[in-house]
Write a protein that binds this ligand. Structure first.
Ligand SMILES: [Zn+2]
Length: 332
């Protein structure tokens, strides 16, 4: 089993201590930013709850029948609920639907096959649509001694308050800088690239690690260069918008664009280093543009919208923030 990061271990230790003192809730909300390792902790806790002979460390033994079935992914009293294929069967749905929650309610009504606990893990829990949430609420309102419901989410605020209030929250918080750096070094990262990635990820080591592993940092540099080229009139908004959305990295590019704008603003206010994104002369317009990019980013998950047109509009806005200065420069 891989070693948990310190911030994951703290949450697991807290849950195991609660379990030992019989204070662990039967509905648990694993909440925190993406890439904090919430799912890994939830799975480890699920294994512990289904282990018949837990070790002195409070963890699953890894050897009993329950642990073997969990390792094989075939434990009959463990259920993982996530996105299922759509009716056509050609791709996964973008929501968790009510049928899945009804099935879960039925599954919970069965006698556990191994005679121990029943554990269901829903991830990402914020993807439940309204009907699914309402159906789950019924299950939550009928508590049962050996039944555990583990909800994993990057966006706890998107869950109905009625569900949140019935869950015990296990909060994942980004670690102190030194701990994040030490963990990244333990993952084989080092030097200036480590520092730059952790800065760009605003202190979230899991995000930094993902970007370092999957080419996020070159993509960020590319977004910056393209916005600078757009400002200088060497790019057209329409072509750039289409390119940004063409390869499935659109969401990440918009995140980088928004963060570069925010970073530029902070740099401007703090009179820091002049390197980075070229800022428009009317700096107050940057905040509105930042909001626009974030809205566009949220809407990327909605189908049937012309995302390229919306983005081209925002990129045109970006370019026009620089046009006035170019014209003023020409007049002088
Ligand atoms: Zn075991």
């Amino acid at each position: 089993m891989t070693t948990l990061a310190p911030w994951q271990q703290r949450v697991l230790d807290g849950a195991l201590a609660s379990l030992a003192e019989d204070r662990l809730g039967h509905a648990l909300l694993f909440a925190g930013a993406a890439h904090m390792g919430k799912l890994a902790v939830a799975e480890r806790l699920a294994s512990r709850l289904l282990c018949s002979t837990p070790g002195p460390d409070g963890l699953a033994c890894g050897a009993c029948r329950g642990c073997q079935l969990m390792a094989a992914g075939t434990h009959p009293d463990f259920k993982f609920v996530s996105f299922i294929p759509n009716d056509k069967g050609d791709k996964l749905r973008s929501e968790i639907i009510v049928d899945q929650m009804r099935e879960l309610g039925h599954w919970f009504s069965l006698t556990p096959q191994m005679g121990g606990a029943q554990v269901a893990l829903i991830s990402p829990a914020h993807a439940m649509n309204l009907n699914a949430s309402n159906a789950l609420l019924k299950t939550l309102e009928e508590p049962s001694r050996a039944r555990y419901l583990l909800l994993v989410t990057d966006h706890p605020g998107r869950l109905p308050a009625t569900i949140r209030s019935r869950c015990q929250r296990l909060a994942f918080r980004p670690p102190a800088r030194a701990e994040g750096e030490a963990w990244l070094r333990s993952q084989g990262h080092a030097g200036a690239s480590l520092t730059a990635a952790l800065d760009a990820a605003r202190g979230h080591p899991g995000v930094a690690a993902a970007w370092l592993a999957e080419g996020g940092m070159p993509l960020r540099a590319e977004v910056q260069a393209e916005l600078n080229a757009l400002a200088a009139g060497r790019q057209t908004p329409v072509a750039l918008a289409q390119r940004w959305l063409a390869d499935g990295q659109g969401e990440l590019r918009l995140r980088f664009a928004a963060e570069l704008a925010l970073e530029g603003l902070a740099r401007h206010l703090g009179a820091g280093s002049p390197a980075g994104l070229t800022l428009p002369p009317e700096i107050q317009k940057l905040a509105a543009w930042f909001d626009g990019i974030n809205r566009a980013r949220e809407q990327l998950s909605l189908p049937a919208l012309r995302h390229d047109l919306a983005l081209a509009g925002l990129l045109l806005e970006w370019r026009s923030m620089f046009k006035d200065t170019a014209m003023q420069g020409a007049r002088r």
